[in-house]
Design a protein. Structure first.
Length: 252
């Protein structure tokens, strides 16, 4: 039977309402939120804790992120998508979101844990996954998708950026081998800074064609970005990593 807000004590109602305000979602059934916030250490029995919700939320979170990446990056291979997804749904990422939302203020834990000043990463991660499940059960798949994408958007963008950068050289290698039969090479066009903190500017080369240079804190980073510039130019797009280095833009 669905319970209403009138079934809750005034103090508990205020706590749940504050949590709803913090996460930007109001529950039709507030007891779902209560369950999501209840750690096993404070529950009468484990079935009354958020452990089952955590199990469901983990699966829902993974499915939402997979579908998001699948549609956004139609050219990414399975391995590339898997690497990005693993960062987004990691325990650390979920814990970071919980911490940013201040969910530790609303957690319902046993006396032993309540005296601890530092909330474990695992607990913070679990409560976010439990909230995903609670929102899904309360509002359906559209509500949980909106909830996940809204709160994980910064994590998604950062993971995509890092994943894309680590994939540029591989993507350029495959494309150039397929279209030209030779691998791309990379020219260091500038080095700057002291030995302990050098900066490198690198250009990708395909035959006689030299592409827009890119800078990085080391050669590996500069080469990845240079490959990203080359991929963009091959598609007649602006290079994503402009630099003020020597004028070595593409020529035929």
């Amino acid at each position: 039977m669905t319970r209403t807000r009138s079934d809750l004590s005034e103090e508990l109602f205020a706590q749940l309402a504050a949590c709803e305000n913090r996460i930007g979602y109001v529950f039709q059934n507030p007891l779902l939120l209560l369950a999501a916030l209840t750690h096993a250490s404070s529950a009468d029995h484990r079935l009354a804790s958020n452990e089952r919700m955590e199990f469901l939320g983990d699966a829902i979170l993974g499915a939402i992120v997979c579908e998001y990446l699948y549609h956004r990056f139609p050219r990414y291979l399975e391995g590339d998508l898997t690497k990005i997804k693993s960062v987004i749904v990691s325990r650390q990422a979920c814990a970071d979101v919980s911490r940013q939302l201040g969910l530790q203020e609303f957690l319902i834990v046993g006396k032993g844990m309540s005296q601890s000043q530092q909330v474990p990463v695992s607990l913070l991660s679990d409560v976010f996954e439990s909230l995903v499940a609670a929102v899904h059960l309360d509002g359906g798949p559209d509500a949980s998708r909106e909830f996940v994408e809204r709160h994980l958007q910064p994590v998604i963008e950062e993971a995509v950026r890092r994943g894309s950068e680590s994939n540029f050289k591989s993507s350029l290698q495959q494309r150039v081998q397929r279209e030209h039969g030779v691998p791309p090479t990379y020219d260091v066009v500038e080095e700057s800074g002291p030995d302990h903190s050098k900066s490198f500017t690198v250009s990708a080369r395909i035959g006689d064609r030299l592409f827009a240079p890119a800078s990085g804190r080391n050669k590996k980073e500069a080469e990845q970005r240079a490959a990203g510039n080359a991929l963009a130019e091959l598609d007649d797009q602006m290079p994503p990593y402009p630099t003020h280095g020597p004028d070595v833009h593409s020529s035929s």
